[in-house]
Design a binder for this molecule. Structure first.
Ligand code: CP3
Length: 366
């Protein structure tokens, strides 16, 4: 069964180590505000969270970019912050500003979060699993369905800061002032999100991606005394990011042995990216736009599965710069297992014609 599915779906074939030319493609944030049909469904649904928790609407917006562009993978429409919400934290999305959470300021608030085994967490998330089932049922057979969640450090940084912060100062401050509390929060997120991804896989997701969008600030922690008292903890990237992700990967595979998992550790640099597969056990590494893809491919074994990494701003620019950037990705990954993607999410101001141009160039090239 699993093998038949893999054979039919190019993205899964690449995740099993096969090089396909031209590579299959999808885009992070491919369902979003750059699409008029997304804006229409979003207006009908009400708030952003209403859209996330309504399986019919979530299915509709997930399918929109597949209908329009025929991407080889589809990603469940939801958000990484439904997990803190399910843990009992207040989460809102403020129009034009982004997410706002009731910042976790200390142990008393941590104690009020739901325990990892609390069944209320997964009844809260039930609409997500229903959406996964519906999406898989509606997708073309050859299209891979990706589930996802945020990595523990990235989700924790929103829970602690209460919002997106430029340098994650609140989360880094907690790592210094009360590392045990941060570890307890990360452990809670590891446990809950392992189960969350297993349930997405059982509901019909073919593979999952773990988004570590805030790996880039971790090296700044290394200078702080007390954060890494014991050298056996490794460095900050290992202790707060790759270690917790590795525990998730292990936990998922204990229940779904052949689970295919992409890890995207944005901002971790060439060396950080090179560590993702060996240190987490992921099936593939998502490469952000800040890393030179040719250098990355030269740095890792030929068998490593990569994904990425067109700069979202080059997609906005279009024209010859876009064609050249697509060609450079094809050249850097020729004969190697690679999934074409952006190096971070598509932004609302991106012209649809440029997405079409990107795919035309990609599909003509080899
Ligand atoms: O990729 C996809 O198409 C799947 C859907 C998806 C969303 N968010 C939808 C969304 C995914 C995979 C995410 C992940 C996510 N959410 C991340 C990790 C990836 C990354 O981009 O770094 C993070 C950090 C978040 C938290 C979050 N959600 C922020 C900071 C924002 C505000 C920024 C913005 O673009 O407005 C969101 C809102 C959000 N999540 C939107 C979408 C389509 C826009 C909300 C809207 O429609 O009004």
């Amino acid at each position: 069964m699993a093998e038949a599915r893999t054979a039919d779906r190019p993205v899964l074939r690449v995740m099993s180590g096969e090089a396909i030319s031209p590579p299959p493609a999808w885009m992070m944030r491919q369902a979003g505000r750059y699409l008029p049909e997304y804006r229409a469904t979003r207006a009908e649904a009400g708030s952003f969270l209403d859209l996330c928790y309504n399986p019919a609407f979530a299915t509709e917006v997930t399918l929109q970019p597949i209908r329009r562009f025929g991407f080889e993978a589809s990603i469940l429409f939801s958000d990484i912050l439904v997990v803190p919400h399910a843990l009992g934290q207040d989460v809102r999305f403020v129009e034009g500003e982004g997410p706002r959470l009731d910042a976790l300021q200390g142990r008393a608030q941590f104690e009020r979060l739901r325990e990892a085994g609390d069944p209320a967490i997964f009844s809260h998330l039930a609409p997500v699993f229903e959406a996964v089932e519906r999406i898989r049922g509606a997708l073309p057979n050859e299209t891979t369905l990706l589930g996802f969640c945020g990595a523990p450090w990235t989700v924790a940084s929103y829970m602690i800061g209460g919002r997106g912060t430029v340098d994650l100062a609140p989360a880094r401050a907690l790592a210094v002032s009360d590392p045990a509390l941060l570890d307890a929060l990360l452990d809670r997120l590891v446990a809950v999100q392992t189960e969350y991804l297993v349930r997405q896989l059982r509901a019909g997701a073919d593979a999952v991606q773990i988004f570590e969008s805030h790996a880039g600030v971790l090296p700044a922690l290394e200078q702080k005394a007390g954060v890494l008292p014991d050298s056996s903890d490794g460095d900050a990237l290992k202790r707060f990011s790759l270690g917790p992700i590795a525990r998730m990967v292990q936990g998922i595979r204990a229940q779904v042995p052949d689970a295919k998992i992409i890890v995207f550790a944005k901002g971790s640099g060439l060396e950080g990216h090179a560590r993702v597969v060996p240190e987490t056990g992921a099936s593939a590494v998502g490469v952000d736009w800040g890393v030179d893809l040719a250098a990355m491919r030269a740095r890792v074994p030929a068998s490593t599965v990569t994904q990425g990494n067109l700069h979202p701003e080059t997609l906005i620019e279009g024209g010859r710069a876009l064609d050249a950037a697509v060609d450079a990705i094809l050249e850097a990954t020729a004969g190697l297992p690679h999934i074409f993607n952006l190096g971070h999410g598509i932004t609302p101001q991106t012209p649809i014609a440029h997405v079409e141009q990107m795919l035309t160039r990609l599909r003509a090239g080899r």
